[in-house]
Ligand binder design. Structure first.
Ligand code: PEP
Ligand code: MN
Length: 266
């Protein structure tokens, strides 16, 4: 069945976004200073339009840092106050949606471990009924395009039209240079089946290490993606999650300046 999504482009989300958007900020909110300092530093790039930070973290193994919870939204709002950047965080259940709406989070995203589960996606979709908030849906951890489209449809059918997709790669047991293999043909096929959906690439979770992030970011742009989500941290070496892949803000700003954006067709 041909998917039929009804979506509004990011530039019309009412958040001051451009045709091309860089979302940056820490993997996890850890404390107020870390969030606000990172935000102020990444806001120096004119391409950075949204601040991200996870506050409920879906860790693979137990007994690791699982996020600071609701208080992190106060820090994100302090960072928004300091920089003017809209704020985004991950939601993985209906209660997360409720708490985010209470704290005026500007953009919600579904993580790869949520997109994989239709029950979870439907629970989130039900919590979004009657709400006007932008939502971005990461691909599922496994390379299942229909599952990704299904999640986008569930959120769209709940009435969310400010909707975009994030390509963050796919997990594999094979040893590869990537933490999550990009399988570029999957976002290409998503674009073919759903030309209206804008796709953001997440080079951080594809790469798993900071060295190959610029290469993946430029490739995503060359493939006509509409944005990038790139993790940054004032001190990546002591980050409580994803330490290997977070960029120092100055490196993020320098990298963003080097990116060659596609020229709009005249
Ligand atoms: C994240 O963005 O920090 C995250 C947990 O991402 P993913 O769902 O892509 O693994
Ligand atoms: Mn992360």
């Amino acid at each position: 069945m041909q998917p039929n999504l009804n979506t509004v482009p990011m530039k019309d989300w009412g958040l001051g976004l451009d045709e091309f958007v860089v979302i940056s900020g820490p993997c996890s909110a850890e404390n107020e200073d870390q969030v606000v300092s990172t935000a102020k530093a990444v806001a120096k790039s004119d391409k950075v339009k949204v601040l991200r930070a996870g506050i409920w973290k879906p860790r693979t193994r137990p007994n690791s840092f699982e996020g600071v919870g609701e208080v992190g939204l106060e820090w994100l709002n302090a960072a928004k106050e300091a920089t003017g950047l809209p704020i985004a965080t991950e939601v993985a259940n209906a209660q997360h949606v409720e708490v985010c709406l209470k704290h005026n989070v500007d953009i919600l995203w579904l993580g790869a471990r949520s997109t994989v589960n239709p029950f979870t996606v439907q629970e989130i979709a039900d919590a979004l009924k009657g709400v006007d908030v932008p939502v971005i849906v990461k691909n599922p951890i496994n390379p299942d395009l229909q599952l990704w489209i299904g999640a986008l449809e569930r959120i769209n059918q709940a009435g969310i039209t400010k909707l975009a997709a994030i390509h963050r790669g796919f997990s594999s047991f094979e040893k590869t240079p990537f933490r999550n293999v990009p399988m570029w043909e999957i976002p290409i096929e998503l674009k073919r089946l759903c030309p209206e959906i804008e796709i953001i690439c997440d080079p951080s979770h594809i790469a798993g290490n900071r060295d190959i992030i610029p290469f993946i970011a430029q490739k995503a742009i060359d493939m006509d993606m509409h944005g990038l989500m790139i993790e940054s941290h004032i001190q990546p070496s002591i980050a409580l999650s994803d330490a290997q892949q977070q960029l120092k803000p100055a490196a993020l700003v320098a990298m963003a300046a080097e990116l060659k954006l596609r020229q709009p067709e005249s």
